[in-house]
Design a binder for this molecule. Structure first.
Ligand code: FES
Ligand code: FES
Length: 170
């Protein structure tokens, strides 16, 4: 079957098998390997992307289901202005070890901050509760997301966001 999907602002038309999962479509057909593939059973969350602005586990979605829709992956997180604050937070606070869970964590974190710009630690932990970090780096992942929240608050309060990286502490 033929599908057309917007991924990170770019339109792709592809012929696919109806049984193809979204995670494999992204990785194998579009070469967007930032989205990882782990358990394939909806447990680990390394495959989280946005489907029409809502985080989903892409191993639970058929590529056929995204025909005509919009998908955002970790490759679409940064902008022409640079890394997303969430990406900066993971860098500043050492929010990754092996990095296998990181793209999914960041997509969930971005969605959380878009809906709740000042999340508490329990709210952050609840938001990422559907995702596993095999390296058990949860403390720094939570700190990274809080850093991003504080960065964005500081950025909103000033017009000098580019200078804030060293000033914001988690
Ligand atoms: Fe999708 Fe684990 S690969 S939840
Ligand atoms: Fe290794 Fe999370 S950093 S799985």
């Amino acid at each position: 079957m033929q599908i057309t999907v917007d991924v990170n602002g770019k339109s792709y038309a592809r012929e696919i098998e109806p049984r193809l999962l979204l995670v494999h479509f992204l990785r194998d057909d579009l070469d967007l390997t930032g989205t990882h593939w782990g358990c394939d059973t909806s447990n680990c969350g390394v495959c989280v992307v946005w489907l029409d602005e809502v985080p989903v586990k892409s191993c639970t979605v058929l590529a056929a289901m995204v025909d005509g829709k919009s998908v955002r992956t970790v490759e679409g997180l940064a902008s022409t202005e640079g890394l997303d604050p969430v990406q900066r937070g993971f860098t500043q606070c050492h929010g990754l070890q092996c990095g296998f869970c990181t793209s999914g964590m960041m997509m969930t974190a971005r969605a959380l901050l878009d809906s709740n710009p000042d999340p508490t630690e329990p709210e952050i932990r609840a938001a990422i509760s559907g995702q596993l970090c095999r390296c058990t780096g949860y403390e720094n992942i939570v700190r990274s997301i809080r850093w991003a929240a504080e960065y964005e608050a500081a950025e909103a309060a000033t017009d000098f966001g580019d200078d804030l990286d060293e000033e914001v502490t988690a």
